[in-house]
Design a protein around this ligand. Structure first.
Ligand SMILES: [Zn+2]
Length: 350
């Protein structure tokens, strides 16, 4: 759906209302500098930036997702110009709200298109981070045939090749790994993906974001990584918000893993505020990532289908957090420092 002028006007009205109740638009959090070491960097689709320059970050979103499956996968199924025209206004909305970086979590064979992401980044000026790795959730629908027969070492070589030489002929390098596992105990294939990710991490320093959901596979992944001498600090437990037992999230954070509560929308406000207050209370605010898992352009649907904007975090969650006692440092911690730390290219071994 193309954003109309009226929507834009409505949006600006909302923005002014939010500015009145939260300092976020006017204060330093917007331009906050993460206090990571100067040497640390993040790999964006337009090249390396210092980690301290990441700014306000949405750590799990999607620009384009194609659910057709690995067998039928073809980046020719969408037109760059059309996608750019439809998606850019949604990017500009969050830029107006202070967002500087968007982590695009769509893996290869589900719609990762490095050239497209680079064009959108150039067009809008936002930093975009893309990924390497394979997604095993959804009954392995997005796993390419070669991944069944190849060893973890061979998969590692493929992912490292992208890290070192770029994705295809795009010259765009991935800034993290995105893998995915089913929500039960890890299958042999999914164990292989995790081990390949561990080996890739130890040779690249890319963090491992894994679509996981419940705690059961999350802790199996953490243990498997540790068996490969990879620290839990190199692991992002993606979709951790679906776990019913709150204590599991705090336990993973205490072990050093990144806990990604990335399904935010306005109707989840109460839950997210409570969780974040609890993370703060327990001294674990430095281990949590928050995002919407929103978007995206859907190839095959007219004008890419319906697009969920990336704005609720700014328009409802951050104002609610301020009302509930969060200060600028806390907001800065969750939306600037944590992504800077998580996505910095650095080897985290044990
Ligand atoms: Zn996602």
């Amino acid at each position: 759906m193309i954003m109309h002028k009226n929507n834009r006007r409505e949006f600006v009205k909302k923005l002014i209302k939010v500015a009145a109740i939260t300092p976020i638009l006017a204060n330093s959090a917007l331009n906050a500098v993460a206090d990571t070491s100067n040497k640390e960097y993040i790999e964006t689709v337009r090249g390396k930036i210092k980690s301290s320059k990441i700014g306000m970050t949405l750590s799990h979103e999607h620009i384009l997702v194609d659910f057709i499956g690995a067998e039928m996968y073809d980046t020719g199924r969408w037109n760059h110009e059309e996608v750019i025209k439809i998606v850019s206004p949604y990017i500009r909305q969050i830029q107006d709200l202070g967002c500087k970086t968007l982590v695009e979590c769509t893996p290869e064979f589900i719609g990762r298109d490095a050239k497209l992401l680079k064009k959108i980044s150039k067009e809008t000026g936002i930093n975009i981070i893309t990924n390497t790795g394979y997604y095993g959730a959804a009954d392995n629908k997005y796993i390419p045939a070669h991944a069944y027969r190849e060893s973890s070492d061979q998969l590692t070589e493929r992912w490292l090749n992208e890290f070192e030489n770029g994705i295809g002929d795009s010259k765009v390098k991935p800034g993290f790994m995105k893998i995915g596992v089913a929500d039960g105990s890890l299958s042999e294939l999914h164990k292989k993906l995790v081990i390949a990710a561990a080996k890739t991490h130890l040779r690249s320093g890319m963090v491992i974001a894994s679509h996981t959901g419940p705690a059961l596979p999350a802790f199996e992944e953490i243990n498997l990584l540790m068996s490969q001498n990879v620290s839990p600090e190199a692991f992002i437990w993606v979709h951790a918000h679906v776990e019913a037992d709150d204590s599991k999230r705090y336990k993973a954070a205490q072990m050093g893993a990144w806990v990604s509560i990335d399904g935010y929308s306005e109707k989840e406000k109460g839950k997210y505020v409570n969780w974040l207050l609890q993370f703060k209370e327990m001294g674990l605010l430095n281990k949590v990532l928050v995002s919407h898992d929103a978007g995206w352009y859907s190839p095959g649907e007219p004008y890419g289908g319906s697009f969920r904007p990336f704005t609720d975090v700014f328009l409802s969650l951050i104002p609610a957090l301020y009302k509930n006692g969060f200060n600028e440092d806390d907001i800065n911690q969750v939306f600037v420092k944590n992504p800077a730390d998580a996505f910095s290219i650095k080897i985290r071994n044990i």
